[in-house]
Design a protein around this ligand. Structure first.
Ligand code: PHE
Length: 454
């Protein structure tokens, strides 16, 4: 076994926790979580999401980091190598391949949405939101997404910057860019929460987020909550396994996984607390969809002192958070190409980057010229998001869990969990081996109507 990945290594346990938290915390927390919570009726949805994060997310994250560190290769080759060493079929590598494909597909729309946020940085600096009302703000959003040229420009800027960072490689490129990001993000979210309290509708926002109204929850909602737990923790996309490949030996993986999950979850809940009071204070609909944060936050910033300054800073943070996640989405396909086709990092990055950029047009056009082009009632963006987050990720996660619990050599797991066979180890086996496969199968089968449990 190699002791270092050929792509580099994190400099310490906290560097790894920070890096992986920054990869995990992204548009999923600030953009997606609030809007899907809004669409799916609030509290009960949030509860299912939290349960999925705690019970399914943490163990799968541990499994992914473990596999990544053990093999120190890209996800497809990592699973293949460990399968061979554990005397099972090398085809398990295809599971890693599936996750790499999911990363590629997700990145194509992720960069477009991060591009929207980039446009909002410029609009904030220009003062477009100053004293704007709900109508003006939603007009500003529509002007942006209905203009394919403008969105293409920002999508291109995003993809180019991601390509540059990934070309530079792990330590030089990534660690440096994230040191200040997370702390500033927390502070800015707190500022918006203070504003949200000041609107007088904090209670309504809080209740929407935490009061359990099970009548609002549908089987699709449960599926979306499950998919989002994977999406927000960057699971089953190769991203965590890839970052795991750079983890030093002395890091205690369960601790790291719990810290990363906590940071991610707290950020999502803070985003919810920041956004929903503003929604209710302005008579907006929580279920307005992907434009939610772009139609609510400017209202807050437009009416607070130093709003222009905070708005610029906030959207810069959103861009940054999105950017670091995007970097972690590009990394698995790039490492996969480097290892399998012996291409140079720069060439592989360019190849994947340009392909993702092209695919991104599907999402760009979903909000303008191709908005009526629908399959199964969904436009291209919705379909891509649905297939990746709600099917590819849970299925990938299920297979990773089965692999770690039933296929991977026990001695490998014991070594990766610091030679400790105590309660954490037992629990891990039980959850990965039984709970995860059963729970994911039930939710999936139920959502496609093959089981009618809820
Ligand atoms: N977890 C990221 C977010 O919440 C998105 C992401 C998914 C990043 C998968 C990497 C891999 O925004």
């Amino acid at each position: 076994m190699e002791h270092h990945s050929k792509h580099g290594q994190w400099s310490s346990q906290w560097a790894f926790i920070f890096a992986t938290s920054s990869a995990a915390i992204g548009l999923g927390n600030i953009w997606k979580f609030p809007y899907i919570t809004g669409v799916n009726g609030g509290g009960a949805f949030v509860l299912v999401y939290l349960i999925c994060v705690a019970i399914l997310g943490v163990p799968i994250m541990i499994a992914e980091i473990m596999i990544g560190r053990r093999a120190r290769l890209n996800p497809a080759n990592a699973m293949k190598q460990i399968a061979i060493q554990s005397k099972c079929r090398p085809q398990w590598g295809m599971v890693g391949g599936l996750t790499v494909l999911a990363a590629f597909l997700i990145l194509s729309y992720y960069s477009v949405i991060a591009g929207w946020a980039l446009d909002y940085v410029v609009q904030s600096i220009r003062g477009s939101f100053y004293l704007a009302n709900a109508e003006v703000v939603s007009q500003l959003f529509n002007n942006l997404v209905s203009n394919p040229w403008r969105v293409t420009f920002w999508h291109t800027v995003m993809m180019l910057s991601i390509i540059v960072v990934v070309t530079l490689g792990v330590e030089r490129g990534l660690e440096r860019s994230m040191r200040y990001m997370l702390p500033s993000m927390f502070v800015l979210l707190l500022i918006v929460i203070f504003y949200a309290i000041h609107t007088g509708f904090f209670k309504e926002g809080f209740e929407f987020l935490f009061y359990l109204k099970f009548e609002n929850l549908t089987s699709q909602g449960v599926l979306i909550a499950l998919g989002h737990a994977f999406f927000t923790l960057s699971l089953a996309t190769g991203s965590i396994m890839m970052y795991g490949a750079y983890v030093p030996r002395y890091v205690y993986i369960p601790f790291a996984a719990i810290m990363i999950t906590l940071a991610d979850t707290v950020t999502a809940l803070m985003a919810g607390l920041a956004i929903f009071p503003i929604v209710f204070a302005n008579g907006l609909e929580p279920s307005s969809g992907p434009g939610l944060i772009f139609q609510t936050l400017p209202l807050a910033f437009g009416h607070m002192s130093f709003g222009l300054f905070f708005a610029s800073l906030f959207f810069i943070m959103v861009v940054f958070a999105g950017f670091l996640s995007a970097v972690s989405l590009l990394e698995p396909p790039v490492a996969w190409i480097i290892e399998n086709y012996k291409l140079k990092r720069s060439k592989a990055t360019l190849l994947v980057g340009v392909s993702t950029w092209l695919l991104g047009f599907g999402t760009i056009f979903s909000f303008n010229i191709a908005s009526d082009f629908k399959l199964l009632g969904k436009n291209f963006f919705e379909l891509l998001d649905h297939v990746t987050a709600n099917f590819m990720l849970p299925i990938g996660g299920l297979l990773i869990a089965l692999f770690a619990a039933w296929k991977m050599k026990k001695s490998f797991v014991i070594e990766e969990i610091n030679h400790n066979q105590g309660i954490a180890y037992q629990l891990l086996y039980f959850i990965l081996g039984y709970i995860t496969p059963i729970a994911i199968s039930i939710v999936l089968l139920n959502s496609i109507g093959l089981l009618a449990i809820f």
